[in-house]
Design a protein around this ligand. Structure first.
Ligand code: NAD
Ligand code: DAU
Length: 335
């Protein structure tokens, strides 16, 4: 059976993708992850003894890690490894450039050398910049990234496409909207708000809370990635969205309502620098070509997600009491 090399598989979406591959396909999986602050090996504890799964600790920016991969057999490479938090990219952009751009190029060179069947770059709708009240991002929308994070992802996308055009490397790029679900690091909006609300701590809403994100359950995203890997047209980009636009304030109020907590916990804090106002994704291409559409209704998905964090307080607590605590204090003490 074919083997999928997953890079960044100990993070939020990568670990969900590995669970999905092990439970719903017959692929073997190799997971290479540097275990940065965002990578958590415990996300994979239920698959670690599976004979189809293997973990390797390694950094995609390191030549030794890449050399280790040269000696392995794999048919597909799906790259989730990245620095992913916009606020951190504003505080300290350097690591974003290294991992997201140079790390990606290392994986492309590896893929060429190994002559694999397909390289999949997990990109983001943030490469398109920000929308006003009208319109949607299509695959043909111009790249107009705002933050060091989104600029590094857009740069990586261009390099991926250059390897397809110049060297005939079979590639796909997926650009998805905001994911939610289990195992998301609690610096991101939904798990951060759940964690704070449970502890009756203030919920920091940037600006006036009017910014809009298009939320998609991580299970829908993972299903789409596998379809693109198996059936996507080489060299093509596929957008994915959840068809579920919410203003941040509305979403935060929904979380409070489900948890039975008061809206008085909400604190309006200084806005994020260059804060993109609205993301919304036109996913008609993948719907028509690969018959993919999101299936999880937001009202169900958010309830299940909140229940997951409530049932996994130990997982959450271990993270928020560690290194993250220092970052949290630095981020929010000045607001
Ligand atoms: P995450 O921050 O939860 O996980 C990132 C993972 O990459 C971690 O396990 C980390 O240890 C690993 N990693 C980081 N640097 C590495 C390096 N140099 N070498 C090896 N591993 C490294 O991120 P996520 O939210 O799961 O996002 C995964 C991918 O999906 C990213 O490429 C991101 O840009 C993209 N994406 C995320 C979303 C979202 O809403 N979270 C939406 C669209 C696209
Ligand atoms: O759109 C896809 C992108 O979604 C991914 O590429 C990124 O990796 C992922 O982090 C996410 O980016 P966002 O910046 O949209 O996600 P975040 O959870 O950081 O913020 C969501 C919205 O909530 C955004 O408008 C900022 C706001 N926000 C966020 C935090 C952490 C707050 O108001 N308060 C907060 O404390």
């Amino acid at each position: 059976m074919d083997t999928v090399l997953v890079t960044g598989g100990a993070g939020f979406i990568g670990s969900n993708f590995i669970h999905f591959l092990i439970s719903s396909s017959s692929y073997n999986v190799i997971n290479l992850d540097a275990l940065t602050y965002a990578g958590n090996i415990k996300n994979l504890s239920s698959v670690e003894k599976d004979s189809r799964y293997r973990f390797i600790k390694g950094d995609i920016t390191s030549p030794e890690a890449i050399r280790q991969l040269v000696d392995l057999d794999f048919d597909y490479l799906v790259n989730f490894a990245a620095e992913t938090h916009v606020d951190r990219s504003i505080l300290a952009p350097d690591r974003f450039i290294l991992t997201n751009i140079l790390g990606t190029q290392n994986l492309l060179n590896l893929s060429l050398q190994k002559q694999i069947r397909k390289y999949i770059q997990i990109s983001t709708d943030e490469v398109y910049g920000s929308l006003g009240r009208e319109g949607f991002f299509s695959e043909n929308s111009p790249l107009d990234p705002t933050s060091p994070y989104s600029a590094s992802k857009a740069s990586a996308d261009l390099i991926v496409l250059a390897y397809f055009k110049t060297f005939d490397l079979p590639v796909n790029i997926t650009r998805c909207s905001n994911n939610y679900g289990p195992y998301q690091f609690p610096e991101k909006l939904i798990p951060l708000m759940i964690n704070n609300a449970v502890k009756n701590k203030p919920l920091p809403v940037y600006g006036d809370g009017s910014n809009i994100r298009d939320w998609i359950h991580v299970d829908d995203h993972c299903r789409g990635i596998l379809q693109v890997m198996e059936k996507g047209r080489s060299g093509d980009i596929y957008n994915m969205g959840g068809n579920s636009e919410k203003q941040n304030l509305e979403l935060v109020k929904t979380i409070l309502e489900i948890l039975g907590k008061p809206e008085s916990l909400i604190r309006f804090v200084t806005d994020r620098k260059a804060h993109d106002w609205r993301y919304a994704v036109d996913y008609s291409k993948i719907r028509q070509e690969l018959r993919w559409a999101p299936q999880v209704k937001f009202t169900d998905g958010i309830r299940d997600t909140i229940a997951w964090y409530l049932n996994n307080q130990d997982w959450l607590e271990e993270i928020v009491s560690g290194e993250y605590q220092h970052y949290y204090e630095k981020m929010y003490s000045t607001r």
